[in-house]
Structures are given as structure tokens and as C-alpha cells.
Design a protein around this ligand. Structure first.
Ligand SMILES: *Cc1c(COP(=O)(O)O)cnc(C)c1O
Length: 469
């Protein structure tokens, strides 16, 4: 298995190369040169395995020679041993044909742990083999940062720098990052939005001299290995409800388009998924793109679901690439147009291709909070605001006839990561799991920076110099 850049001007990479590079050198994103092809029966057999084994089975389709099946099995077993539910990704029925897939049982209480716990182990193995070190730099809208720090803090060969938009992540999210005090971990609060943080990361990667000097690597959801790891729970969830089901669809609370693209990847590999629902909050660029073809970033609006307060969804490039039947030239023209005009009008052929697999909805804070309250009344359980966005979208898409049959809404975060919104909606304060009982007493450590690549560069160089000596 090798990997090609969406923009077609970087050389092909093997799995390990794509893993360590993150972004391709031509600014494009790595994609598998061809999709692994499974029959429905094979897909089901994989999904019926215990979670860690299913993960090893799926990942082995992507890793080629980088990791053997046995090594993968050991890695996935260790990665998911720390989850606090024996099913790892338990599926709960919440209606006749409605389900919630709980993806928040990992060490940092959001779905990002699923990929990051694997990635940390893959980095460790690959860097040891190469006798190399890496400086990981990552922009976070709240959950990626803590998941990355948790997965990489013990890696002796990795420095990790996390940029978060100051004041725009919840206090629980911030403390989960800044209370990890280790010589190889640096948190930077950037005076700007998540998109500003992401733009800085892209600028640092584009600076070859700098990137080479500190051996820069990325773990944002542009990293193919993360998406590969996230395809797994689509298999296990699907297999659990496949018996007698005509249609199974998934609704995914979406920001950077990574998670829902993993669902698309599972479908392309042969998992019989009917539709994929893109659930957005007030930052509705993806909903506008899929429903009208207008992909034009507007200012980021803070919402009750901050992990989705994103306008430039990096992974959407991957879908455009597929929808344009992998025409590198056409994709490059489109991406250059986006950089120039700050907007794309998606052409009809591309849009029809997208709509074969995707539907979308945008959900206001008011409707999401009302759903948290309704859900609590109906089931006695609390859901977080991102999950609520997915549930509202699922209910609407079904009512509109855009989805039928069984619908699985992805629950991407634990409600206690967003206590203010949940308490506001229900009057009940969600309780953090035991292992975080003292979170608010732990000391924090972070730097502050303006939204400038130069300022961040200086801080990264300091960290690199400290740990190199
Ligand atoms: C990251 C995140 C999302 C959005 O996922 P993408 O892969 O960026 O689309 C949704 N919900 C939560 C809780 C998240 O942390």
C-alpha cells in the first residue's frame, strides 16, 4: 500500500512516510493509492471482532510493511486497554431505529483518543527504528490537544507543541492540556481562532528550513493514520446492528471533516453504509457546501460545541479529490481558487458525486441545548453539546426523508467536558470520571502568543533546543 498526495506533485510515500510527514510536501493530503476492497461478509467479520482486534484487522489493510499484523495487534491492545468501557465504543439504542455510538471512554473523554492512542505508539516504534526524533505541532479546537499530549507525553523521541485559541476552549478542555507538565510538552494559547492556529501550523510546515531544523511532524486529522484508525468504529457499530437491517446511516458532528471522512473511507472499503450525515453547528460552511455548493469560509462564530467551531475544514480536500474522480489537476485548480478567492463554487458534477454519500444539517445552539434537555427527560442520560448537534441533525434528516432505516449518531465527547452547556440545558451538572476528580486543583503551565507564525516559531525553537541538549 502506498500513499499519494491529493495535489499530485509530491512523490508517493509508504505508510510510515505518510505517518511521519502528516502533510505532503506539495501542500496536499495523503490518500491511499487505492482503497482496500472488502466484501460485505468480510467487513462484517472484521466488525464482529473485539474492538482492539477489529482495529488491528482494519489497520493492517493500510500499514503495508510498516507494521506487521502481530505488532499491530499488540499496539491496538495497549491503545484501547485504557478505555473505561469493555466494549471500547459501546452502542446504545435510544429509539426504535436510533442509536448513539459512545466514543468518549478514552483517557481524555473525546473520540480523538481512538486515533491518538494508536498514533503515539506508531510514532514510538517508527522513530526508534529510524533513530530519529520529531517535533509534533498541532492546532486544537479543544480535544485534539489533550488527546495528543496524553498519547505522546511519554514518548522520549517526541516534542509536542499544542496551539489552542485562547479563551475559546472549555475550562475542562484547557486544563486537560495545560495540567500535563512534562519537559517535552508545550501548550501555547494563541490570541485568535482555531482557524488562526491551523493557519500558523500550515505556515510552519511550509517553512522548509524551520521544519527540517526541528524535524516537524503533524498529528492533526490531516494525518492519514488518524483517519485509518477512526474507520474502525464504523465497522464495529455497523456489525452490531446489521442483522435484518436494510439501511444503516451515520450522523457525525463535524468540524475538520476528519471523522465523517473516516466513515466515507469505511464505505469505500466495502462497508455497506447508506448515507453519511454531516452535522454542523452555526459554523455551517460544510452544510452550505453540501446543500448548495457554496464553500465559502465566514468568520468563526463561538458556539456551545467549540470543537466544531471551524470554517476551513482541511479534510474536505480529500472528499473533493474523490468526487473529482482523483483528478489531481482539477483538484489543484480548485484549491488554488480557494486560496485566491477565499471561496469555492462547487461544480455540479462534483456536487452530485458528493451527494451520493453525504447529506447535511446545521444546528443552532438553542436547538442543541433543547435536545440535551429532551434527551435527559426521555432517557435520564446526559449528552454533550456535540452529540446533541448530531442527534438534532439525525432527527431532522430522518423527518426530511434524507435518511431511513437505522441511524447511528456519533457521540464524540463526554458531557462533563462541557459542564456549563449541559447544566444550562438540564439543571444537572455532569460529573467527571474519577480519574479527573482533582483536575481543577492541578497546576497549569502554558505560554501565550499573538496569532503570528514567527512568535510560535521562536517558542518551538526554544523547546527543541532545551530538549536537544
Ligand atoms: C474534533 C471533534 C469534532 C469534529 O471532528 P472532525 O473530525 O474535526 O470533523 C466533533 N466533536 C468533538 C467532541 C470533537 O472533539
Amino acid at each position: 500500500m502506498h500513499y499519494i498526495s491529493t495535489r499530485g506533485r509530491a512523490g508517493a510515500a509508504d505508510f510510515e512516510g505518510a505517518l511521519l510527514a502528516g502533510l505532503a510536501s506539495d501542500g496536499g493530503l495523503y490518500m491511499p493509492a487505492s482503497w482496500p476492497a472488502l466484501s460485505a461478509a468480510e467487513a462484517r467479520r472484521i466488525g464482529e471482532q473485539p474492538y482492539a482486534e477489529a482495529a488491528a484487522s482494519v489497520l493492517s489493510l493500510f500499514t503495508g510493511e510498516a507494521f506487521e499484523r502481530r505488532a499491530l495487534g499488540a499496539m491496538t491492545a495497549a491503545a484501547y486497554a485504557g478505555f473505561d468501557d469493555p466494549a471500547v465504543a459501546p452502542l446504545r439504542q435510544v429509539g426504535d431505529e436510533d442509536y448513539i455510538l459512545e466514543l468518549f471512554h478514552g483517557p481524555t473523554l473525546a473520540f480523538k483518543d481512538f486515533a491518538m492512542q494508536i498514533l503515539g505508539r506508531m510514532f514510538d516504534a517508527a522513530l526508534a527504528r529510524r533513530n530519529e526524533t520529531l517535533t509534533i505541532i498541532v492546532a486544537t479546537s479543544g480535544d485534539t490537544g489533550s488527546a495528543a499530549i496524553e498519547a505522546l507525553k511519554a514518548c522520549a523521541r517526541v516534542n509536542i507543541v499544542v496551539l489552542h485559541p485562547e479563551g475559546r476552549v472549555s475550562e475542562v478542555q484547557r486544563r486537560m492540556m495545560t495540567s500535563v507538565i512534562a519537559p517535552n510538552v508545550m501548550n501555547i494559547a494563541v490570541d485568535g481562532s482555531f482557524d488562526d492556529c491551523q493557519a500558523i501550523v500550515k505556515q510552519l510546515f511550509a517553512d522548509d528550513a524551520f521544519a527540517g531544523a526541528v524535524r516537524l511532524g503533524g498529528v492533526n486529522s490531516i494525518n492519514w493514520a488518524r483517519l485509518a484508525a477512526q474507520t474502525v468504529y464504523y465497522f464495529t457499530a455497523w456489525a452490531r446492528i446489521a442483522e435484518g437491517a436494510e439501511n444503516i446511516s451515520f450522523v457525525v458532528p463535524t468540524g475538520n471533516f476528519g471523522d465523517v471522512f473516516a466513515g466515507y473511507a469505511a464505505k469505500r472499503m466495502g462497508l455497506p453504509v447508506a448515507m453519511l450525515g454531516v452535522a454542523a453547528n452555526a459554523n455551517d460552511i460544510l452544510h452550505r457546501a453540501i446543500s448548495t455548493g457554496d464553500y465559502s469560509p465566514r468568520g468563526v462564530q463561538p458556539t456551545a460545541s467549540p470543537s466544531m467551531d471551524i470554517q476551513v475544514a482541511s479534510n474536505f480536500e480529500r472528499l473533493l479529490f474523490e468526487a473529482k474522480t482523483r483528478d489531481h489537476e482539477a483538484l489543484r485548480v480548485t484549491m488554488e481558487g480557494l486560496a485566491r478567492d477565499r471561496a469555492i463554487e462547487i461544480d455540479n458534477a462534483t456536487l452530485s458525486a458528493i451527494r451520493e454519500d453525504f447529506v447535511s444539517a446545521a444546528v443552532s445552539d438553542k436547538d442543541a441545548l433543547a435536545e440535551i434537555a429532551r434527551h435527559e427527560k426521555a432517557t435520564g442520560d446526559l449528552i454533550d453539546p456535540h452529540t446533541a448537534v448530531a442527534r438534532v441533525a439525525a432527527i431532522r434528516l430522518r423527518a426530511a426523508g434524507a435518511m431511513s432505516g437505522k441511524v447511528v449518531s456519533l457521540s464524540t465527547a463526554h458531557p462533563a467536558k462541557f459542564p456549563e452547556a449541559v447544566a444550562q440545558a438540564t439543571g444537572r451538572a455532569p460529573v467527571l470520571p474519577e480519574r479527573y476528580a482533582d483536575l481543577f486543583d492541578r497546576p497549569e503551565e502554558m505560554r501565550r502568543a499573538p496569532a503570528s507564525a514567527e512568535a510560535v516559531k521562536t517558542m518551538v525553537c526554544d523547546l527543541y533546543a532545551e530538549n536537544a541538549s
